[in-house]
Design a protein around this ligand. Structure first.
Ligand code: WQD
Length: 332
């Protein structure tokens, strides 16, 4: 089977490519390197011994996107070509809505035109908004999203659901990621955002390497055990393996919704202290004001993933911290 991974040179996309190649799939990648680097393609080859078929452009280029569908008989699409930082989206709504919604519309237009009937979409726990109840199941209401990133993901889910309704032969899978962190054990691929990181773990990583002086902890007055934000951190390799299972198990036409999380919540300071303990490194931090768009607590009930995909997150917080630092040391 041949799978198109949109955004396949990115942090999550590259880990998905590795797992797909190692599972015996052929992989086609579209990426514009807006949030990734060309050398990642070489690392994927180094890890798996296999090449992806690569196209460098932004999916907003409809003609080029159609060319990929013309040139390759695709069996499924994994769409992870989206901007994904909560904080950044608050200050850049136009970029987030344009990129995230238009890429989804163009991708689904080509899928229906070329009869590619299976899409696995990189959605997010942010679609639940500020949850009234945790842990979150897939039946929890889609709350009032608190930032343009989360709202764009909820809109992308709506688009895909409506496209499936109009094309009943399609299988649409909405994988709601919680907080992906960590890196492949090889240390070759991992999260290395351009510029100042928006997300917690890449910021911790850059403080640990000395590239940044100090971590700002966005608020310690939330209603959580230590006052800092609680999230469900999931190893990116576990997340990637969930995609391979989704491609395999969710073949039936319809809309399949699944949380990918560990079911355990950790606070910001839990992550800082775990990183320090596992790697024997101090991470300087100071408490800063809350970040606009943030919520206090969010973690998954991963029951459906286990029952329907046979998927359970296997890697521990220690693995996530160790693999992040291993990646950082190889890319300093
Ligand atoms: C985590 C916690 C911050 C940075 C992410 C992704 C999003 C989606 C959901 C996949 C919060 C705190 C952060 C910093 C901090 N994932 N923090 N200082 O906002 O939960 O959303 O997961 O689709 O793509 O953005 O993740 O890592 O930004 O924040 O204190 O410098 O760390 O307040 O409590 P978030 P995050």
């Amino acid at each position: 089977m041949r799978i198109l991974v949109a955004g396949g040179a990115g942090y999550i996309g590259s880990h998905i490519c590795v797992e797909l190649l190692e599972a015996g799939y052929e992989v086609v990648v579209i990426d514009d390197f807006s949030n990734s680097r060309p050398e990642v393609l070489g690392y994927i080859k180094e890890i798996t011994g296999k090449d992806v078929k690569f196209y460098e452009f932004n999916i907003l280029d409809e003609e080029k996107t159609e060319g990929v569908f013309k040139e390759n008989k695709l069996d499924a699409v994994i769409h992870c070509a989206a901007f994904k930082a909560v904080g950044e989206s608050v200050s850049k709504p136009i970029e987030y809505y344009t990129n995230n919604l238009m890429t989804t519309l163009i991708m689904t237009k080509m899928m229906t035109k070329y009869h590619v009937n299976n899409i696995v979409f990189s959605s997010s726990a942010t679609v639940y908004g500020d949850p009234k109840v945790v842990p979150l199941t897939e039946n929890c209401p889609l709350g009032e999203t608190t930032n343009p990133y989360g709202t764009s993901k909820a809109m992308m889910e709506r688009i895909l659901t409506d496209v499936q309704f109009a094309n009943p032969e399609m299988s649409v899978t909405l994988l709601r990621y919680f907080n992906p962190i960590g890196a492949h054990a090889s240390g070759l691929i991992g999260e290395n955002p351009k510029g100042i990181p928006n997300n917690l773990m890449p910021y911790i990583m850059k403080v640990a390497t000395g590239e940044l002086p100090c971590l700002g902890v966005f608020g310690d007055d939330y209603d959580t055990p230590d006052g800092t934000g609680v999230r469900d951190y999931i190893h990116v390799v576990d997340l990637a393996k969930g995609h391979v299972l989704a491609i395999e198990k969710y073949q039936e036409p319809g809309v399949h919704i699944c949380n990918l999380g560990t079911g355990t919540g950790y606070s910001v300071l839990d992550i800082v202290h775990a990183f320090e303990k596992v790697n024997g490194i101090e991470v300087k931090y100071e408490i800063k004001p809350r970040r606009p768009g943030d919520i206090a607590t969010c973690y998954a009930d991963p029951t459906r993933a286990k029952e329907e995909l046979g998927w359970v997150a296997e890697k521990t917080l220690e693995d996530m911290c160790r693999d992040t630092w291993n990646f950082a040391k190889k890319h300093q």
